[in-house]
Design a protein around this ligand. Sequence first.
Ligand SMILES: N[C@@H](CCC(=O)N[C@@H](CS)C(=O)NCC(=O)O)C(=O)O
Length: 213
Amino acid sequence: MTKLRLHDAPFAPNPRRVRMFLAEKGIPLSGGPIEHISMNLVEGAQHSAEYREKSPLGHVPCLELPDGECLTESRAICTFLEAEFPEPNLMGRDGRERARVEMWDRRVELLVAMPLMMWVRHAAPALAKIEKNQNAEIGAWYAARAAEFCGWMDQRLGETEWVAGHRFSIADITAVAGFDFAKMMKWRPAPEFANLARWRSAFDARPAGSVGP
Ligand SMILES: N[C@@H](CCC(=O)N[C@@H](CS)C(=O)NCC(=O)O)C(=O)O
């Protein structure tokens, strides 16, 4: 099989989701089925005409398949990888479990990870060069939403070991990608969220926990 070309960038949370997913599958970024291409977003590599042909929105990650088709949404890339490399399963084994994992993955993405990412994009001085229209007030609004939903996630993790239930899944990866991006704002979940802390220690002990920014 010809290699799958993964267009990636350091310090970007969405391609990191794919790298964490690959780590859990035991697939290395070199020497295996993946050809890893690291791009510099600050220098604008995502805007080159050549890259825009692969990813019209100029976003990473992008997974270029051997026949040239390009997948450019991190979750869609994970769906493809799950089908190609089914074990260990990270997205649910039957229809019911797949639906449950998707439900939790969308919740943590839309209610926790996305608000955290939007906060950072609007407020982190280091991103001013990429984000042309930063707005501190909008950033603060997102920060408040994320904090609110962290409480809800803490409650959930008081009932289940992992976000989507008793098994580790893509939903845990999505949440950690959002949490860690917010470290750019020196953010950490509030210390009273003991369930979140327990979950995070368990995450860090897994293969995905060793994937750098
Ligand atoms: N929904 C997309 C979001 C992709 C995305 O926003 N990628 C960011 C990095 S995390 C990017 O490429 N930013 C570069 C830019 O906007 O110029 C996904 O999950 O893949």
